[in-house]
Write a protein that binds this ligand. Structure first.
Ligand SMILES: Cc1cc2nc3c(=O)[nH]c(=O)nc-3n(C[C@H](O)[C@H](O)[C@H](O)COP(=O)(O)OP(=O)(O)OC[C@H]3O[C@@H](n4cnc5c(N)ncnc54)[C@H](O)[C@@H]3O)c2cc1C
Length: 398
């Protein structure tokens, strides 16, 4: 580990592992707060950032997920981009170990490596994001040709961010009105995370689209056209679509829970380690969502900026959930303050935040909006115009 510099002589060297939502929010936030007091290195195993939420629009021809070149973003922020994965840390020497065998020095390390999707319902189609949108499009084509009468969208208990499943179900029902669409969920009410008003708005919408909902049921496995559920029940289906369970990154030298997730305090400090922070899906926070990942990254960036000697009030993470739900018609906006008593919540068809994107982040959302307004316009079917979220244009944006 390098000697710390909070006296202005040498910038604090911050290593950010992960070029996803939390990593980029932290990069932008840190540059904003600490400016020249920090030198930043961004480490990621792949050279691009993917705007994952639009993968639920892509199969319906309403959006396209493009990559954003991480080295260009790093350049723009005066940071260094290094290709490679964080394998862990050598706590004795205070260095980061990478997948390429290189050891990287840091004064502060932010771990924003996300989570790993794993199969949750054997036999079902698992929708993980951009990697599965073409296959889901092919499934829609099959259904459109009449190959199947009933499709079940099943939300397993281990999945804490249910929105993509509801979005796929709503858009499928809207695209193929003759199809029987069923949602099976472990929740007691649809979209329970966002409180009773959002649940009831979602229930109305599902009923308008003639989508049947079975709550308090856990999908177990799909075989021989039968979806096995707990408590004891079976449901016949032609296809079952589900979301993956997430596992933590399990990094060498980083304490983690049984699922591999990293425990932090409100400022993102990893418990028991000096100058090591974590944010986003890799942490033990139970809801894995982009907006929450940016809020965690903001808290960590402020704390790290403080270490660098910047005059910043470090605010702890106070989770506010914001969900823009693609419905196949007018989108729904839902908001819930998870850290306030009673979790005050609201739901509306008008934007409840600005810019009204799917991933909300103090620095990341305006950064993306300035460069590609398209990703902010929620795709609306059928009268709306398809959205081209061409993030490749960001590579050359100034
Ligand atoms: C289909 C779908 C739709 C979604 N829709 C929404 C939505 O509408 N709104 C919303 O807020 N959230 C949404 N989410 C959730 C959101 O995408 C995640 O919560 C968010 O991306 C988490 O951010 P993160 O930075 O923690 O992880 P990620 O965004 O997954 O980024 C992880 C980064 O770390 C890199 N990495 C991986 N391993 C290593 C390593 N060992 N070392 C270094 N880097 C590594 C990866 O390459 C990547 O760059 C959706 C998710 C899915 C799957």
């Amino acid at each position: 580990m390098n000697a710390r510099s909070t006296n202005g002589r040498r910038p604090l060297h911050v290593l950010i592992a992960g070029g996803g939502v939390a990593g980029l929010e932290a990069l932008l936030g840190l540059r904003h707060h600490a400016q020249e007091r920090v030198s930043i290195e961004l480490l990621a195993p792949e050279p691009q950032f993917w705007y994952r939420p639009l993968s639920v629009a892509e199969p319906f021809g309403l959006g396209r997920v493009h990559g954003l070149d991480l080295s260009s973003v790093a350049d723009e922020c005066g940071a260094l981009f290094t290709l490679g994965g964080l394998r862990g840390i050598d706590t004795r020497r205070g260095t980061a170990l990478t997948s390429t065998g290189a050891e990287l020095d840091y004064d502060a390390l932010l771990i924003a490596v996300g989570a790993r999707p794993v199969e949750s319902v054997p036999g079902a189609f698992t929708f993980r994001g951009p990697a599965d949108s073409a296959a889901f499009g092919a499934l829609l084509d099959e259904l459109g040709k009449g190959k199947g009468k009933r499709v079940v969208f099943a939300l397993p208990g281990a999945v804490s961010w249910p929105l993509p499943l509801y979005e796929l179900a709503l858009q499928t029902a809207s695209r193929l009105p003759a199809l029987e669409v069923v949602i099976v969920t472990h929740e007691e009410a649809p979209l329970q995370l966002f409180g009773p008003a959002a649940s009831s708005a979602m229930a109305d919408l599902l009923s308008d689209r003639r989508i049947h909902v079975r709550t308090s049921s856990y999908p177990v496995a799909f075989e021989n056209r039968s979806l096995l559920l707990t408590p004891d029940w079976e449901l016949e289906a032609d296809y079952v679509v589900t979301l993956p369970r997430l596992e933590g990154p399990r990094l060498e030298g980083i304490p983690s829970d049984a699922q591999g997730f990293i425990s932090t305090d409100g400022s993102g400090r990893v418990k028991g380690l000096d100058a090591v922070f974590a944010a986003g899906d890799a942490t033990t926070f139970p809801i894995k969502q982009g907006g929450l990942a940016t809020q965690q990254a903001d808290a960590a960036a402020e704390a790290i900026a403080g270490l660098a000697g910047a005059d910043v009030v470090a605010e702890p993470f106070r989770p506010v959930l914001r969900g823009l739900i693609l419905t196949g018609g007018a989108p729904l906006y839902a908001r819930a303050e998870l850290s306030r008593a009673g979790n005050p919540a609201s739901v509306a068809t008008d934007a409840l935040w600005w810019p009204p994107g799917k991933i909300v982040g103090r620095y990341l959302a305006p950064y993306l909006a300035e460069r590609s307004g398209a990703i902010l316009d929620p795709p609306i079917e059928p009268e709306g115009v398809p959205v081209e979220a061409d993030l490749s244009s960001l590579a050359s944006a100034k």
